[in-house]
Ligand binder design. Structure first.
Ligand SMILES: NC(=O)c1ccc[n+]([C@@H]2O[C@H](COP(=O)([O-])OP(=O)(O)OC[C@H]3O[C@@H](n4cnc5c(N)ncnc54)[C@H](O)[C@@H]3O)[C@@H](O)[C@H]2O)c1
Length: 340
């Protein structure tokens, strides 16, 4: 049994669905539903899911969960966080509180309960402005917003706890999560939505007037920003592999962290797609053009952000299975039929 925080959110729910494919597995999910959806529970096997509504920094809730399930819990997969870059600049203390302080409380509770395996959702935002691309794990980490800083602080906390408490961790730095469950049971549903692919699909479907494209004068082939879109199902698989690795005590790859107890891995496809390419792919999949308008660049938006995923391939024996068209097919099907 594992503990999943933020399991009713976008990436966490796809991971839960994937993990529970193994009929012998069961999970405890804690989510405060601030950004997640109770409807996710309908897609999960009810007899193998224990759901607790509340915050990961709630000491009493954590004590109750650990008292009830602690003996059986083998690992924690921690998705719960606020993840809006813009909001993090307006409300930095909210991000220190929800992302950093609450996670430290969670870490203290689980480590003291003897749970020593931890998978952490980190982000390419910890790198800041790219000094070179594609970005490997050795790229300097100099975040340029509070969201990225909050995640980097937690990366440091994990390293420290590896040294002092033998915590074993894998931190997975996702690039741009996208796509939806191919069975259309769950998908991306953020309010407000800030991610390009759902916004562009909503514009194609007439759910919003048009897509704002920030900048068409970047030093890229068509002038628009290039990002590395990774299917959420591929991310889910990488978490399963990370858990297996923690279970086998096998850190035989290029060790990033202290005492050979942990690993940082970038998760992307290593293929960049421009906004124009994304809009063209949506038109190809749906037959509908994406109405759009060009706006000035946004501060802090680099022209190109693409992962070097060779470490994930080598160390986790993971490779992405889905390309941009499959990402858009699944996201489009979800957006056109979504139940929440
Ligand atoms: N989506 C991406 O492209 C992306 C990229 C890089 C990293 N990440 C990271 O992956 C994780 C999941 O992202 P997502 O897109 O699924 O976000 P999400 O907002 O869809 O999911 C987060 C979930 O956590 C819950 N939550 C938030 N704060 C909580 C708290 N203090 N206690 C309990 N529950 C809480 C929310 O209700 C929600 O269900 C986050 O940590 C995010 O920083 C996401």
């Amino acid at each position: 049994m594992i503990l999943i925080t933020g399991g009713l959110g976008y990436v966490g729910s796809h991971f839960a669905l994937e993990y529970l494919q193994d009929q012998d597995s069961s999970v405890v999910i804690v989510d405060d539903l601030s950004l997640g959806h109770r409807e996710v529970l309908d897609a999960l096997p009810v007899d193998r899911v224990h759901f607790y509504e509340g915050r990961v920094g709630d000491d009493r809730l954590l004590a109750k969960i650990l008292e009830t399930h602690g003996q059986k819990l083998q690992a924690v997969v921690h998705f719960a966080a606020r993840a809006y870059v813009g909001e993090s600049q307006v409300e930095p203390f909210l991000y220190f509180d929800r992302n950093v302080i609450e996670t430290l409380k969670l870490l203290q509770a689980v480590v003291e309960a003897g749970i020593k395996r931890f998978v952490f959702s980190s982000t390419c935002s910890t790198f800041g402005n790219p000094q070179y691309t594609p970005l490997d794990e050795k790229h300097p980490q100099k975040p340029i917003n509070t969201y990225g800083s909050s995640k980097l602080m937690l990366e440091e906390a994990l390293r420290a706890l590896a040294l002092s408490r033998s915590l074993k961790f894998v931190m997975l730095r996702y690039f741009n999560a996208a796509g939806a469950d191919f069975g259309c049971r769950i998908g991306e549903s953020h309010e407000p939505e800030t991610h390009l692919i759902p916004l562009a699909i909503q514009a194609a479907l007439g759910k919003r007037d048009r897509l704002s494209v920030y900048g068409n004068d970047y030093d890229t082939p068509d002038g628009t920003c290039i990002r590395d879109y990774i299917h959420v199902q591929d991310l889910a698989q990488a978490h399963v592999k990370a858990l297996n690795m923690l279970g086998q005590n096998d850190f035989s790859g290029d060790l990033e962290a202290s005492n050979n107890l942990g690993l940082a891995v970038n998760l992307g496809t290593s293929t960049g797609s421009s906004i124009m390419q994304v809009m063209a792919a949506i038109q190809k999949v749906s037959g509908r053009p994406v109405p759009h308008v060009f706006e000035p660049r946004r501060p802090g938006d680099p022209g190109v952000l693409v992962a070097d995923n060779s470490k994930a391939r080598d160390v986790l024996s993971w490779s992405p299975q889905y390309n941009l068209e499959q990402i858009i097919e699944s996201a489009y099907r979800w957006e056109a039929n979504r139940s929440f």
